[in-house]
Design a protein around this ligand. Structure first.
Ligand code: KIV
Ligand code: ZN
Length: 381
């Protein structure tokens, strides 16, 4: 039996923290509904105390969305927790996500607290959350740069206080996969009450390793992943939902885990989030980029036309894309051109085809891509 990995989507909270992005209530509702249809387990809908708009968004999503846990972020402060609890009150299932930093860097420069003080503040925050819900997630900001022994101490204390999910954020995207895996594994092995909580990966992409780190965390024993659609988020972004979920699916042989995500809905939600946020998806983006299933070189086209799996490990229909695409460029060969002409209803004797191929190569050298309308002209020459 495959282990279940919970998908915690934070597109509407950490994702919305992307510079230049601001979503209004209607947009948040559209994305929230699409996330429910996608099958995520938890939606982090916002940071209720941060603004009246965020409060309203969390409250509205808590009222409107069913079949999913709605989560609100707080600092480890009583007032934050009370405001979040109020916003979350209408939810069918609610989670409060509280916590504070654990690295010496954050303790010294940002929080200006000793380790002991921060531990006490965190424990008190968890205790306060218990008045409002049993579903409490504790984040240890900047875990990636923290001293593991202190992290173990914090985890043990907040679980004893009532935290049920422990978020281990690599807030600055500093770690590499083997290191992040060891961090999660080390916590699970060294904390005596670790069996009482689910461990969660929350990785940022500053060094381009967010997806790899998250997957490494799953190998280390984490059973929740914190992700955003298209990987949007602060600075270089968060971990992309579509990448992690597809990797867990395609490499089930290695991970032995499954999620509740309906993979066929991923392309549609990727496009929706891109439209609503105005953040374009790079063409070569894994899983949902416009080029993800496009083949332009002759050698690859020849392989894919004979057998798709030669150059494609993901069947495009798996993620809701129509089919693989053969793009005609200067690097395309005869096989690709013949295939496209056939799709357009043309078939020529060999000699005539060679003539057309000659014209095609000349045109392709002048153009980035040769389109169907170009071919229609070419066959009349
Ligand atoms: O990156 C981070 O540490 C966070 C926390 C607030 C969970 O987003
Ligand atoms: Zn984050």
């Amino acid at each position: 039996m495959a282990d279940r990995v919970l998908v915690f989507d934070t597109t509407l909270r950490d994702g919305e923290q992307s510079p230049g992005v601001r979503l209004d209530m209607e947009q948040k509702l559209r994305i929230g509904r699409a996330l429910v249809e996608l099958g995520v387990d938890i939606i982090e809908a916002g940071f209720p105390i941060s603004s009246p708009g965020d409060f309203d968004a969390v409250q509205t999503l808590a009222r409107e969305l069913t079949g999913v846990t709605i989560c609100g972020l707080t600092r480890a402060r009583e007032k934050d927790i009370e405001v979040a609890a109020e916003a979350l009150a209408p939810a069918e299932r609610r989670r409060i996500h509280t916590g504070l930093g654990v690295s010496d860097n954050h303790l010294q420069h940002k929080l200006k607290m000793s380790r002991e003080q921060a531990l006490e503040v965190g424990v008190n925050a968890v205790r306060h959350c218990r008045q409002f819900t049993d579903d409490i997630e504790y984040f240890m900001e900047d875990s990636g740069r923290a001293e593991p022994d202190y992290v173990y101490q914090v985890v043990e204390a907040v679980i004893a206080a009532g935290a049920t999910t422990i978020n281990v954020p690599d807030t600055t995207g500093y770690t590499y996969p083997a290191e992040y895996r060891e961090l999660i594994k080390g916590i699970i092995e060294n904390v005596p009450n670790s069996d009482k909580a689910v461990f969660s990966c929350h990785c940022h992409n500053d060094l381009g390793m967010a997806t790899a780190n998250t997957l490494a965390g799953v190998l280390g024993g984490a059973r929740q992943v914190e992700v955003t659609i298209n990987g949007i988020g602060e600075r270089a972004g968060n971990t992309a939902l579509e990448e992690v979920v597809t990797a867990l699916h395609i490499r089930a042989d290695k991970f032995g885990c499954e999620t509740g995500v309906v993979l066929q809905r991923m392309l549609a939600i990727s496009r929706l989030v891109s439209e609503e946020t105005g953040m374009l998806v790079q063409r070569n983006k894994a899983v949902v980029g416009a080029n993800a299933y496009a083949h332009s070189s002759g050698i690859h086209q020849d392989g894919v036309l004979k057998e798709r799996s030669t150059y494609e490990i993901i069947d495009p229909t798996l993620v809701g894309a129509e089919k693989s695409e053969i793009i005609l460029t200067a690097r395309s060969g005869r096989h690709g051109l013949k295939h496209r002409l056939m799709q357009m209803g043309f078939s020529f004797p060999e000699e005539r085809f060679e003539q057309i191929y000659g014209h095609f190569v000349q045109l392709a050298d002048r153009k980035t891509e040769v389109f169907d309308e170009d071919l229609r002209e070419l066959v009349t020459l």
